[in-house]
Design a protein around this ligand. Structure first.
Ligand SMILES: [Zn+2]
Length: 324
């Protein structure tokens, strides 16, 4: 079926404004319908179409929700929950899981470079900045962050050299000044990923590294859950990258791939849990109710998750550098 016809059959509130976009990778406007995603996490209204490009095969949201309207999808309980401190007897487990995520990022980075007090680190899509603050505390590096939302009230946020707005529009960041640029689950949200990669390349020191983590479309959980795969995360996710397209886009930006990994710092288990939840209970996940089953499931799956890095479960990470 034609992508326009199939989109017209979907049900969306009148006030949503959509725009058709050419392929982010090759500029082709012809595309075929791929899947329909919903806002499964918070349960907000809408049906969002993903297509595959007729020329290069990139999977992306088309039409996409207008940039002026996307912010409201980031307002949710999501960020509020990150500030919540009291989960009853599960508080220590919850806190450990949150800090583990940032520890995993630092571990991953340290496989590729040694950061120290001389290093400058930029995190694109830094949210409340907990990763950057850990980098500062553990390694002493200078920390900068960009996000189109700001959360200045978060503890210690003022210690980050923070830039608010779209990454590719940041003119205050100094070219060739960063030893490390990280994009943890940023690129798949971006409205112009190719331009963001160009921007990152300009900002990297000649020997610097760019580390990008995104969900992996050609992964096991994606096959298991189809349109209910948590990696769809509509409408926030603009692009659904498989390995080949992620690598192509990076190479088109004239970056050299140092390594591609079939895992990331983000726990794939979250996708196993959330995918099952969405399939069983539909959209809208109440974090208050799921914290206990979440940790129980994780304990039960522990033997399986030991092999996470070999199983291509849900995530991928690509480490890049500027071409010498
Ligand atoms: Zn294309």
């Amino acid at each position: 079926m034609n992508a326009r016809t199939s989109f017209e059959a979907l049900s969306n509130p009148e006030r949503y404004r959509f725009e058709w976009v050419p392929c982010y990778q090759c500029g082709e406007t012809k595309c075929e319908p791929l899947l329909v995603g919903e806002e499964d996490l918070t349960g907000k209204e809408g049906q969002f179409q993903y297509v595959s490009c007729s020329s290069c095969g990139l999977s992306y949201q088309n039409p996409r929700i207008h940039l002026d309207q996307i912010a409201e999808f980031y307002d949710s309980e999501y960020i509020a929950h990150r500030k919540k401190k009291n989960w009853g007897i599960l508080t220590p487990l919850y806190e450990r899981a949150m800090s583990k995520h940032d520890r995993e990022k630092i571990k991953l980075v340290s496989n590729y470079m040694q950061l120290n007090a001389e290093s400058c680190v930029l995190d694109v899509g830094c949210a409340v900045g907990t990763f950057l603050l850990r980098v500062k505390d553990e390694l002493g590096s200078a920390i900068s962050g960009v996000d189109f939302k700001d959360d200045l009230s978060f503890p210690r946020f003022d210690e980050i050299d923070f830039h608010n707005g779209l990454f590719y529009e940041q003119d205050a960041l100094v070219p060739e000044s960063f030893d490390l640029i990280t994009m943890w689950h940023f690129l798949e949200h971006c409205y112009d990923p190719a331009r963001s990669l160009q921007k990152a390349k300009q900002l990297l020191q000649p020997e610097g590294r760019l580390i990008i983590e995104v969900p992996r479309l050609d992964s096991r959980t994606s096959k298991w859950f189809g349109p209910k795969w948590p990696g769809v995360q509509a409408p926030q996710h603009t692009v659904l990258f498989d390995r080949a397209h992620l690598e192509q886009m990076v190479e088109q930006a004239d970056l050299e791939i140092v390594e591609h990994l079939a895992y990331g710092a983000f726990p794939s288990y979250f996708y196993i849990f959330a995918g099952n939840y969405f399939r069983m209970f539909g959209k809208g996940m109440n974090l208050d109710r799921i914290v206990a089953p979440y940790f129980l499931g994780q304990a039960l799956l522990f033997p399986y998750l030991l092999f996470e890095r070999k199983l291509n479960l849900a995530m991928q990470t690509i480490v890049c550098r500027r071409k010498p």
